[in-house]
Design a binder for this molecule. Structure first.
Ligand code: ADP
Length: 169
């Protein structure tokens, strides 16, 4: 049984992430999504909210059999604990390459038995990022093309709440 881990912030999950996830699912017997809890990185959604949004998006997209966990600490230890033989990362335009190259080589130094596998997203998602989606959502724009409905709803709720509390000041 070959298990792969797909780690990321997923703040929030987009159709780009889902595209990579579906491609990875075809290649491995088991796929586990690991939502990173990083106290040094500020995120819009909490790790638990992000985990729930990944799970809800999978249901919405009709993708079965993918586990979703949160993790903090060394990715490679998480991969070991879960019995993963590979770490999946998505590649968009060239902007991802430098960081991903460094990340993969560092992880290889730490665990030479765990391979990093890069998958290219579909062209239509190659400029899509969680940051872009948050920016559009913040100004009340339509994010339906970029994220599943459950995520669009969560973004509206988050920014609605923020706008209300700002207005109240
Ligand atoms: P991280 O903070 O670890 O970069 P992200 O949630 O931003 O976490 O991304 C997780 C993984 O998904 C990364 O490998 C990233 O390159 C990839 N990814 C993000 N958006 C897309 C997209 N639109 N298409 C393909 N891969 C993507």
């Amino acid at each position: 049984m070959r298990t792969a881990l797909y780690p990321g912030s997923f703040d929030p999950i987009t159709y780009g992430h889902l595209d990579v996830l579906k491609r990875a699912k075809r290649l491995f017997d088991e796929l586990i999504v690991a939502v990173v809890e990083n106290p040094r990185k500020t995120s819009l959604f909490t790790a638990e909210e992000r985990r729930e949004l990944v799970a809800a998006s999978l249901v919405e997209e009709g993708v079965c059999g993918v586990r979703v966990v949160t993790y903090s600490g060394l990715l490679i230890e998480c991969a070991r604990e879960l019995g993963a033989v590979a770490v999946v990362r998505g590649l968009r335009a060239t902007s991802d390459f430098d960081y991903e190259f460094q990340f993969a080589l560092t992880n290889r130094d730490l665990a030479s038995d765990i391979e990093t596998v890069f998958l290219m997203t579909a062209g239509q998602y190659s400029f899509l990022s969680s940051s872009l989606v948050k920016e559009i959502g913040q100004y009340g724009g339509d994010v339906a093309k970029f994220v599943p409905a459950c995520v669009a709803k969560a973004l509206a709720a988050k920014f609605g709440t923020k706008r209300r509390s700002k207005g109240a000041r």
